[in-house]
Write a protein that binds this ligand. Structure first.
Ligand code: SOE
Length: 402
């Protein structure tokens, strides 16, 4: 691994002060990204973990110590106002994304915002407009679709763009988790519409919709959906939860106001067909994000639980020897792999956040257009809204006669 010498980097690269709002699961993952990126990649700016923000002083100070932040704030407005913060990283539930992002951009800060960009299309529109105004002043606004930074998926995007599987016909996507299978699992914020916007759809569907559009290089133009809330009442949680399933129950129950699962089909601009399944109730599936793309010249397949691998079938090869083969995506000329370990020494989930930090910093330093931009996040939001609209209208369901 081509580790950079810290002292040399400190003198060579100007600092970029990061201020992060939120310190739970995503806060921890992003912290790792900011901490590590400058030690692995040659970066034009040096990320400095200036301050982290959360409402509970004791908890946020503990998080600052654990994750390496120099200071802790309990008010996000105070975080934005700090002179040592040039980039605001938003890792809060979706209901606060728009307010924080717009305020940060208007204060002249760069912004990285966790997915889904917002809870509604209107919020995403306001954020995208603010990002447009800020871009004119040289500020970057990026949305945290971290799975674009899995080397195998970035490699798949390159292969598709290079025509290696030809004209696209199908995208098959599933994102399956199981942490809500137990009806006794508590009613955390992820199950409340006013906090999370939607359920498996916004949480997991946002990732696979973004990936489908990213890989195909074109948008979804129509969808048809069904969704379900299998467990409509759950125990109230004992306290705030940083994890997924939450801690214990407090006594009493409350209503689940989001979907547990959604299944939808879609048509891409080129006419290719796509299918999606997202659920947090697929018993035994922990973080199974699976994609298969079929083109007229070949196919690609990916499974996040084996994220160093990409399956590739070249349909132009003689049938006698053609077939899916496993490409181990750990070569130095694979995306993001130039600075990591020797071939075969694999990466994991957390590296996507290191790669994200790398890309954000390079984008800011180069003044390049952000990818994925808030406009990309808005496009995903529009797809999610269309899925919800279709699922709400049972008219899209054509009954099958018994
Ligand atoms: C929970 O389902 C979750 O943490 C998502 O919110 C993340 O975006 C995904 O990366 C892993 O699962």
């Amino acid at each position: 691994m081509a580790r950079r010498d810290q002292t040399q980097q400190e003198t060579a690269a100007p600092p970029l002060g990061i201020g992060m709002v939120g310190y739970a699961f995503m806060g921890a993952a992003h912290s790792q990204g900011w901490r590590t990126a400058g030690h692995v990649f040659d970066l034009p700016m040096r990320p400095v973990l200036a301050a982290i923000c959360g409402r509970d002083r004791t908890a946020v100070e503990a998080a600052a110590g654990r994750h390496g932040w120099a200071a802790a704030e309990t008010d996000w407005r105070a975080l934005i106002a700090r002179d040592d913060v040039q980039l605001v990283d938003i890792c809060t539930p979706g209901d606060s994304h728009a307010e924080i992002a717009v305020a940060a951009l208007e204060a002249g800060k760069h912004v990285l915002c966790e997915k889904p960009l917002a809870n509604t299309v209107d919020e995403a529109l306001a954020m995208t407009a603010a990002a447009g105004r800020a871009a004119a002043l040289g500020r970057t606004a990026m949305v945290g679709f971290n799975y674009r930074r899995v080397p195998a998926l970035a490699h798949a995007r390159r292969l598709i763009a290079d025509g290696r599987i030809g004209t696209l016909r199908h995208i098959r996507a599933a994102y399956l988790q199981d942490w809500l299978t137990d009806p006794a699992s508590p009613l955390t914020w992820r199950l409340k519409k006013e906090r999370a916007g939607s359920g498996a759809l916004g949480d997991l569907g946002a990732h696979v919709v973004d990936l489908a559009q990213f890989l195909a290089g074109e948008p979804l133009v129509a969808v048809s959906a069904v969704s379900e809330t299998f467990v409509r009442e759950r125990p109230l949680p004992a306290g705030p939860s940083g994890g997924l399933g939450g801690g214990g129950a407090a006594g009493g129950t409350g209503a689940v106001t989001v979907d547990d699962a959604a299944v939808f089909t879609g048509r891409l601009a080129s006419g290719a067909l796509a299918s999606f399944e997202v659920t947090r109730m697929a018993a035994g599936r922990k973080n199974a994000l699976r994609l298969e793309i079929n083109g007229e010249r070949g196919s690609l397949a990916f499974d996040l639980e084996r994220l160093n691998e990409l399956s590739f079938h070249d349909h132009t090869e003689p049938a006698a020897t053609a077939g899916f083969r496993r490409v181990l995506v750990t070569e130095p000329d694979h995306p993001y792999l130039e600075a990591w370990w020797p071939p075969g020494h694999t990466l994991g989930y957390e590296h996507t956040f290191v790669h994200q930090a790398r890309d954000v910093i390079r984008t800011i330093a180069e003044g390049a257009p952000p990818v994925p931009s808030f406009a990309d996040g808005l496009q995903v939001q529009r797809v999610l809204a269309a899925v919800e609209e279709s699922a709400a209208k049972n008219s899209v369901l054509t009954p099958v006669p018994l």
